[in-house]
Design a binder for this molecule. Structure first.
Ligand code: FES
Ligand code: FES
Length: 162
């Protein structure tokens, strides 16, 4: 048996039939074809599956799809202003070489975007603590932390805020 899920997905009103036991990650990847939300640990530890639900960072392997009924979900596919231009935070990741294989990157970017509206200073220690729920096997985190610090500064400026 399925239930109708009505939510806003990357700015678009969306309806689809969802099993009560379906995780949000599977709804996004298999139901909506949004493969940028990655499946890593499947146990809410790695952060590769992070998306925004009403602006808050959520590990989508740990949230039922139907729990987003009536809510607004943003995935990595929904953050850039258009196909030609990356989001400011994505540009910071590029500039600071904050990715290698890229498997973790969407999750880090989504977590970082939630941090813009949290009380996290754009400083190394605070940013490392705020990113502690996201794991990267490749980069050593140095570039990621620099990218997020710069992204927070830029996105909190009124003239660059999206
Ligand atoms: S796949 Fe969700 S936290 Fe790892
Ligand atoms: S860039 Fe490979 S896991 Fe982070």
């Amino acid at each position: 048996m399925t239930h109708a899920l009505h939510f806003t997905l990357n700015g678009q009103p969306t309806t689809l039939d969802v099993a009560p036991s379906a995780w949000l990650m599977d709804v996004l990847r298999d139901g909506c074809g949004l493969k940028g939300t990655h499946q890593g640990c499947d146990t809410a530890q790695c952060g590769a599956c992070t998306v925004l639900v009403d602006g808050l960072a959520v590990k989508s392997c740990n949230r039922l799809g139907l729990q987003t009924q009536g809510r607004s979900v943003t995935t990595i596919e929904g953050v850039a202003p258009n196909d030609q231009v990356l989001h400011v935070m994505q540009q910071c990741f590029t500039r600071h070489h904050a990715l290698q294989c890229g498997f973790c990157t969407a999750g880090f970017v989504m977590r970082a975007l939630a941090m813009v509206h949290e009380d996290v200073p754009a400083e190394e220690h605070a940013v490392r603590a705020a990113l502690s729920g996201n794991l990267c096997r490749c980069t050593g985190y140095e570039g990621i932390v620099k990218a997020v610090c710069e992204g927070l500064l830029l996105l909190r400026q009124p003239d660059t805020a999206p």
